[in-house]
Ligand binder design. Structure first.
Ligand code: S3P
Length: 440
């Protein structure tokens, strides 16, 4: 990322039409590299997301001994060191903006006989890491962190680590994954109890790599067990398109008059697809075409047509399956008819930014009617009328705030000025090019 912010005005554009493809899924891309790095032999990956977050994971794994090579766009290979084989890095690992890299790698390091210092940008350095140091500390790892259990942080792994049974106190796939990844090199059975289901890519992919991992259901909870030490066999992985990136184009096509856009190859895992359901409840015309499996994940092409959206009360139970999509849902709500109410979203306050306050401030600045509550936003929409626009809105180094407000600019009178578009490169480097190409 360059040193100076890159502001940009996102002006109204014509209807979005034609067919696009969004880049590979960020969660699956991180995990493909990490699990490949722990398998013995060559893992091939197609469709890897080449955003800054995933590249930070690749660099960190290289620093710990894996050989990772790019062969062409999205085409990568990983020669792993085997579970237990991660080596002592000689410099600090720069995690950039990426919470997933940080928390999952902390899990991996926790059960290896190595120690690493993790650093990050201003956004990541403000995010809570106590949620992973607590269970990983129980397993025997040691941490020296900055005040408030934040980065920079040094983790010293424990060999052999101690298996634990850990009930997740927050609905977090990153915390679940950190414990399971530590369990890979821990002798015995490590158990994670998940009261509220979150994205299940770690479980599915580890099984695919040959780990002895089981998922049971008891009293409405998911009980995940992994037996260590595991042996992982290299895989050939095709990464589906990221539903969290497709989300910006889904909403853009719904709100810009005359749009009829098909987004191909979008991951539709039920732990990720909540936004489609909520937008359909709001009256959004989204058709799932050509449903199939890619790389073991359900995938569909989404045909999205401009629709008159209606405000709704969003059921908080659906939140974990669309946790990254609330910023763009708030934009849809600002242009819908009537009131949209969201609640149960405390977790949004500890993402790349405090997304409740960042979106309440940004949308209010461009003329939307928003009330911020402790755990959600209440938005009264315009009924399809353009927002006044303006800015600059503050993105707080948060890619999803930048892209959401860019979409808001498409249905505004004077455009929306975004203070910094650099963070978009963490998850969706082709966002602006695809947007230009889709608009007629
Ligand atoms: C992710 C889990 C989610 C999500 C993040 C990616 C993952 O975070 O917000 O973008 O790949 O496991 P939490 O586990 O903190 O909810």
């Amino acid at each position: 990322m360059t040193d100076t912010p890159t502001p940009k005005n996102f002006a109204p554009m014509g209807p979005l039409q034609g067919t696009i493809r969004v880049p590979g899924d960020k969660s699956i891309s991180h995990r493909s590299l990490m699990f490949g790095a722990l398998a013995v032999g060559e893992t091939r990956i197609s469709g890897l997301l080449e955003g800054h977050d995933v590249l930070a994971t690749a660099d960190a794994l290289r620093a710990m001994g894996a050989t990772i090579t790019r062969h062409g766009e999205g085409e990568w290979s990983v020669h792993g060191v085997g579970v237990g084989g991660l080596m002592q890095p000689h410099t600090a690992l720069d995690m950039g903006n990426s919470g997933t890299s940080t928390r999952l790698l902390m899990g991996l390091i926790a059960s290896h006989g190595i120690s690493a210092t993790l650093t990050g940008d201003a956004s990541l350095s403000g995010r809570p890491m106590g949620r992973v140091t607590e269970p990983l500390g129980e397993m025997g790892a040691d941490f020296v962190s900055s005040p408030g259990v934040t980065l920079p942080l040094t983790v010293t792994g424990c060999l052999p680590a101690v298996p634990v049974t850990y009930r997740l106190p927050v609905a977090s796939a990153q915390v679940k994954s950190a414990v399971l990844l530590a369990g890979l090199n821990t002798p015995g059975i490590t158990t994670v109890i998940e009261p509220v289901p979150t994205r299940d890519h770690t479980e599915n992919m580890l099984k695919g790599f040959g780990a002895d991992l089981n998922v049971d259901h008891r009293d409405g909870e998911r009980i995940i067990t992994i037996r260590g030490p595991a042996e992982l066999a290299p895989q050939s992985i095709t990464v589906p398109g990221d539903p969290s990136s497709a989300a910006f184009f889904m909403v853009a096509a719904l709100v810009v008059e005359g749009s009829d856009l098909t987004i191909e190859n979008v991951g539709m895992n039920s732990t990720r697809a909540g936004l489609v359901e909520v937008l359909q409840q709001m009256g959004g015309n989204i058709e799932l075409l050509n449903t199939r499996e890619v790389g073991g994940e359900p995938v569909a092409d989404l045909r999205v047509r401009h629709s008159a959206l209606q405000g709704i009360e969003v059921n908080p139970d659906i939140a974990p399956s669309m946790i990254d999509e609330f910023p763009i849902l708030f934009v849809a709500a600002s242009l819908a008819k009537g009131v949209t109410t969201t609640s149960g979203l405390d977790e949004l306050r500890v993402k790349e930014s405090d997304r409740l306050s960042a979106m309440a401030n940004a949308l209010s600045l461009v003329g939307a009617t928003v009330k911020e509550r402790e755990d959600g936003l209440i938005i009264t929409g315009t009924g399809g009328k353009a927002l006044p626009g303006g800015g600059p809105v503050t993105t707080h180094l948060d890619h999803r705030i930048a892209m959401s407000m860019a979409v808001a600019g498409l249905v505004s009178t004077s455009g929306v000025e975004v203070d910094d578009t650099r963070p978009i490169g963490t998850s969706f480097p082709t966002f602006e090019t695809l947007l230009q190409g889709a608009a007629q």
